[in-house]
Write a protein that binds this ligand. Structure first.
Ligand code: NI
Length: 198
C-alpha cells in the first residue's frame, strides 16, 4: 500500500486517452495493487473519487465513494462504460483533486448505467442517479483526458475554496420534520451540491 502523488492540471497525463486493462490482466496482482493504492490515496486526500490518470497511470480504472460516511457507496470501476438512461441533465458543483481548490457548476446526466469490472475482475452493471451518477461521470471523463472545467457551460461559477464555502456551499439543512415531505427534493444532487473532490 502506498499513497500516490496526485497529478495537477497541466500535467500531460491528465489529457491523454487512458488504455483499457487487457482481459488477461483483470485479475492481476498489479491491478489489485494499483486499486489498493488508489483507495489509500483517495482516503488520504478525502476525495470522493479518483481516476488512475490522476495518479499517473494511463489506464481505464476509477474508484468512487460518493458518500464518504458510507463504505457501501464505494465502487471500483475497471474498463467502465457509461450510458445515460435519460436526457435529463442537471447542474451541480464539482471539484477535483487535480484542480485544487477550484469549484464550478457542471451539467451532468442525472441517470446513468455504469458497466464495468470490479476489483476482482467481475463484470457488473449498476444504475446510478443524482450525485453518485455525477461522480461516476466526472471520473470516467478523466479516462478520456477531460477535466470538469471542460464540461462547464458557465465559467462565471468558478470559485476558489474559501469563496465557495462562504458564498455558494450548501448550508446544513434542518432535518427535523422535513425529511418525509421533502424527500424527493433532497435526492436531487443538482440542487443540493455536496462538498467533495474527485
Ligand atoms: Ni477529478
Amino acid at each position: 500500500m502506498a499513497i500516490l502523488k496526485v497529478a495537477w492540471m497541466g500535467h500531460p497525463v491528465l489529457r491523454k486517452l487512458a488504455e483499457e486493462i487487457p482481459r488477461n490482466a483483470l485479475r492481476s496482482a498489479d491491478l489489485k495493487s494499483l486499486v489498493s493504492d488508489m483507495l489509500e490515496t483517495m482516503d488520504e486526500y478525502a476525495g470522493i473519487g479518483l481516476a488512475a490518470p490522476q495518479v499517473h497511470f494511463g489506464v481505464r480504472v476509477f474508484i468512487i465513494q460518493p458518500d464518504q460516511a458510507d463504505d457501501e457507496t464505494l465502487r471500483v470501476a475497471v474498463n467502465p462504460v457509461i450510458t445515460p438512461l435519460s436526457d435529463e441533465v442537471s447542474e451541480g458543483w464539482e471539484g477535483c483533486l487535480s484542480v485544487p481548490d477550484i469549484h464550478g457548476m457542471v451539467p451532468r446526466h442525472v441517470k446513468i448505467r455504469l458497466d464495468a469490472h470490479d476489483h476482482e475482475g467481475k463484470k457488473y452493471s449498476a444504475e446510478l442517479e443524482g450525485f453518485p451518477a455525477r461522480v461516476a461521470q466526472h471520473e470516467a471523463d478523466h479516462l478520456d483526458g477531460i477535466l470538469f472545467i471542460d464540461r462547464m457551460t458557465n465559467l462565471s461559477t468558478l470559485a476558489y475554496g474559501d469563496e465557495w464555502r462562504r458564498y455558494h456551499a450548501p448550508r446544513p439543512e434542518p432535518k427535523e420534520g422535513e425529511e418525509g415531505e421533502d424527500a424527493e427534493g433532497d435526492e436531487d444532487a443538482g440542487d443540493a451540491p455536496e462538498d467533495g473532490e474527485g
